[in-house]
Design a protein around this ligand. Structure first.
Ligand SMILES: Cc1cc2nc3c(=O)[nH]c(=O)nc-3n(C[C@H](O)[C@H](O)[C@H](O)COP(=O)(O)OP(=O)(O)OC[C@H]3O[C@@H](n4cnc5c(N)ncnc54)[C@H](O)[C@@H]3O)c2cc1C
Ligand SMILES: NC(=O)c1ccc[n+]([C@@H]2O[C@H](COP(=O)([O-])OP(=O)(O)OC[C@H]3O[C@@H](n4cnc5c(N)ncnc54)[C@H](O)[C@@H]3O)[C@@H](O)[C@H]2O)c1
Length: 471
């Protein structure tokens, strides 16, 4: 069997794998190969972040015009919206990404990779099998797969790939789940003309964020005609004539969903109930490891995991951050050095692109208290900064900071409303840099910008937070 050899071998060419390969070898003279079995660029580029945001942005822009005197209201044009999605996913052609890899001196090997021993991978493709050896390190960057419980499988439900790759818009769509995919997909599928019902087993949406965030999204979804059934579990799903018609097409006849609240009929059902690291077909047993070892970081020094596969927060920017850190570690180790890393753990930001937008970083109030912090919480309406209020007539949402009472350090922040995704980065910087709130008060935002919301929030803190804490 032919054997190929590189310094670094990365399994999976999503955003995390691409960054790990690039950062491990850039400027070192080392070589790296990325092994990819589908499209270089991964889930994010073709079936997740990029198509979903390409679909959501025009919907958000149309919303603003309907709430902004001085312009005529814009409306979503479904056909043009799907064409925009197709452009952003490059019509599912990864030659642009392949060109980037070539420019970065990274080899791209097409096929399925499986670990077969220490620093050794078997690559299987239509050209046959090859052995790929790593002189320094192997990186697992295989991403995650959408959860599909067995009792749903026979009904061929939609997964997130069908929702982002939608070609046929079902008249009636039931979405199971109340998390990020469910809330974002409900927004664009409603705009495309589906009558959407969300079946949520918990008592709120976006349960990992502050309760006021989920409440704002719930109110807005209901206002745009989405039926949201909280505290409702699915008991069974049946479908007449299931048919594997392909991604984004309706998968057969009418679906009957029996829930704890009664029976629902729909033309399609979308499962949005979380994702699991893709580690089961990777040959981990050949190196005496289990998926648990990977997600808890119990790995030999030559093996690393980044992105969704690592079991960390399944977010593109987080996977890319992990990949940069791991890449730097590999490069340093090869040079007999140790990469510099800050002692403070980086906080994880997330933006949910619903209407209103929900942006979070660090700890929620409940998480901070559970972690033993004595906290002070400050919350203001998002409309309280004139820079935000000027953007549209009706601004929903609130903004909140969670501050450690002893150290004055910011622990977490939530911004719900216009510009939330941009406002939260200042909080990420403050937490990363360890800047206390009495110093943040002197970071002046321009008038009238959304960033003045920071001033409103900091002004709401009790007066002792205007000077350093007592020694
Ligand atoms: C609908 C949706 C919307 C999202 N929107 C956002 C968003 O707005 N912002 C955000 O930050 N995150 C978002 N995410 C999450 C984001 O998509 C993931 O966190 C990100 O794609 C993870 O990157 P990754 O490189 O770890 O894995 P992936 O992007 O999944 O890439 C892994 C790659 O590995 C390949 N692979 C797997 N196994 C093998 C093997 N054995 N051999 C060869 N190749 C293999 C796969 O084919 C794939 O290309 C969204 C997710 C979904 C489902
Ligand atoms: N804008 C973004 O950053 C963005 C957008 C989309 C997805 N993502 C990422 O993708 C990941 C997956 O998204 P998701 O929405 O599938 O997961 P999620 O974890 O956000 O939400 C899962 C939802 O399904 C429910 N659920 C879980 N198991 C269930 C079951 N058996 N029956 C019924 N309900 C069940 C949960 O209670 C929750 O409401 C997220 O964790 C997120 O990090 C990010």
């Amino acid at each position: 069997m032919e054997t190929l050899e590189y310094d670094v071998v990365v399994i999976g060419g999503g955003p995390a794998g691409e960054n790990a390969a690039q950062y491990a070898v850039e400027g070192t003279g080392m070589t790296a190969a990325i092994i990819e079995r589908e499209l270089l660029g991964g889930e994010c580029s073709y079936w997740a972040c990029i198509p979903s945001k390409a679909l959501l942005r025009p919907v958000a822009a149309a919303d603003v015009t309907s709430d902004l005197p001085g312009v005529s209201s814009a409306h979503v044009a479904p056909k043009a919206l799907l064409e925009r999605r197709d452009t952003w996913v490059a019509h599912y052609d990864d030659s642009g990404q392949a060109k980037w890899a070539e420019g970065a001196d990274l080899a791209v090997l097409r096929g399925d990779a499986r670990l077969t021993g220490e620093r050794t991978v078997r690559l299987s493709s239509s050209d046959g099998d090859r052995v790929v050896r790593a002189r320094q390190a192997v990186v697992i960057a295989t991403g995650s797969a959408a959860n599909l419980p067995e009792d749903y499988a026979d009904a061929l439900p939609w997964g997130s790939r069908d929702a982002t790759g939608v070609l046929e818009v079902p008249d009636r769509l039931v979405v199971v789940g109340g998390g990020v995919v469910a809330c974002e997909a409900a927004t664009w599928m409603t705009a495309l003309g589906s009558s959407v019902t969300l079946v949520v087993r918990g008592d709120r949406l976006l349960a990992r964020a502050e309760p006021f965030a989920g409440e704002a999204v719930l109110a807005s979804l209901r206002e745009r005609g989405v039926t949201v059934l909280l505290d409702t579990s699915v008991e069974s799903v049946r479908r007449a004539d299931p048919a594997a018609t392909g991604t984004g097409r309706v998968h057969g006849g009418t679906v009957t969903i029996t829930t704890t609240g009664g029976e629902l009929e729909a033309d399609e059902v979308l499962l949005a109930i979380g994702r699991t690291p893709r580690l089961d077909d990777l040959g981990l047993d050949a190196v005496d490891l289990t998926p648990d070892d990977v997600t808890s970081g119990r790995l030999p020094e030559w093996l690393h995991a980044v992105g969704d596969a690592s079991g960390g927060p399944p977010l593109t920017h987080w996977g890319k951050h992990q990949a940069r850190v791991v890449g730097a570690r590999i490069a340093a180790a090869a040079a007999g050095e140790v990469a510099w890393e800050p002692d403070r753990e980086a906080p994880v930001p997330q933006v949910v692109f619903t209407e209103p937008e929900v942006a979070t970083v660090g700890l929620t109030e409940a998480e901070a208290r559970d972690a033993g912090h004595d906290v002070v919480v400050t919350r203001v309406p998002t409309s309280s900064a004139s820079g935000v209020a000027l953007m549209r007539d009706h601004v929903a949402g609130q903004a909140q900071l969670v501050v450690d009472a002893g150290s004055h350090l910011l622990l977490g922040a939530t911004f719900v409303g216009p510009q939330g995704g941009e406002l939260v980065h200042a909080a990420t910087i403050a937490i990363t840099g360890g800047t206390p709130v009495h110093v943040l008060r002197h970071a002046v935002a321009s008038f009238p910008t959304a960033s003045e919301l920071w001033l409103r929030l900091l002004e709401e803190l009790p007066p002792p937070f205007r000077r350093p804490p007592p020694a």
